[in-house]
Design a protein around this ligand. Structure first.
Ligand code: SF4
Length: 268
């Protein structure tokens, strides 16, 4: 099977595992992509669903890893590839001086991406009239798998360890929306500044369009190299139904914010 077709199918259909403990632990629920596991397929690390309902009925099945660390990937019982699992990161074994495990502060995504939700609460979350239907930002907090506010000092400590111990090459910082003014830009500035002071690590920030475009320059100056502002959907009716709170920020406002951000961060 061509590798692109395999990558597309396995990401769509998910994977059953003979040994769920192989490699880095998968993540259930929470902000951003979840319910998946990092899997090396044909030289690339893909995030493959393992906890979703379709994944539990997937035709793809990974046998337990053999002595060489790779597993047979079967489709309907026929081997189609050998796959591997990135090892559990070493920084997961550490904790801060005040006893917070590093894995509660930031997580490894794919093979070399450090990801964190700087603030695990959002002004839109938890209210049926405003919350985004696809969002699970409160789930991992409610389950005790993370902490609400990751301080700049904690993020710097974990980022440094992840670079030194596990070869992390870039970092993604997202946040719940804390207010209707800077909409998370300030908290990203504080966090990025602390991380960049501790270790050289490219950072992508993610927030809603802030009220004042001056925040784009501030984020850039604080050490954010690239910025994501997630429109999520473009059809007004879909936006109003799926993300009623966020839909109050108009598409025109997003497009204007994209233009202003590109002027600061560049394209792409
Ligand atoms: S704006 Fe929507 S997707 Fe983003 S954290 Fe809030 S509820 Fe979740």
């Amino acid at each position: 099977m061509p590798s692109r077709q395999l990558a597309t199918e396995i990401q769509s259909l998910g994977l059953r595992l003979a040994d769920p403990a192989a490699g880095a632990p998968g993540r259930r629920g929470g902000a951003g992509p979840s319910d998946h596991k990092a899997v090396n397929v044909n030289g690339r690390t893909l995030m493959i669903p393992i906890h979703t309902a379709p994944a539990k009925a997937s035709p793809y099945f990974a046998e337990a890893p053999g002595a060489d660390g790779t597993s047979a990937l079967l489709r309907d019982g026929v081997e189609v590839a050998r796959i591997g699992f990135p090892a559990s990161p070493r920084f997961y074994r550490l904790q801060t001086l005040d006893g917070v495990p590093y894995w509660m502060i930031a997580q490894l995504h794919s093979a070399d991406v450090l990801a964190t939700t700087v603030l695990q609460t959002c002004v839109r979350y938890g209210n049926r009239k405003t919350t985004c239907q696809f969002c699970a930002i409160g789930q991992s907090l409610a389950a005790g798998r993370t902490i609400n506010r990751k301080t700049p000092e904690q993020l710097a400590e974990v980022a440094r360890a992840a670079v030194l111990l596990d070869g992390v090459t870039h970092m993604v910082m997202t946040t719940g929306t804390p207010n209707f003014k800077d909409r998370g830009a300030q908290i990203l500035c504080e966090s990025a500044f602390a991380v960049k002071a501790a270790v050289e690590l490219p950072i992508q920030g993610q927030c809603e369009p802030p009220d004042d475009p001056v925040w784009f320059r501030r984020m850039k100056a604080a050490g954010i190299d690239a910025l994501g502002m997630h429109l999520e959907a473009v059809t007004p009716e879909v936006r109003a139904r799926i993300m009623p709170g966020k839909a109050s920020v108009s598409i025109d406002h997003y497009l204007a914010a994209f233009a202003e951000a590109v002027a600061v961060f560049g394209r792409g």
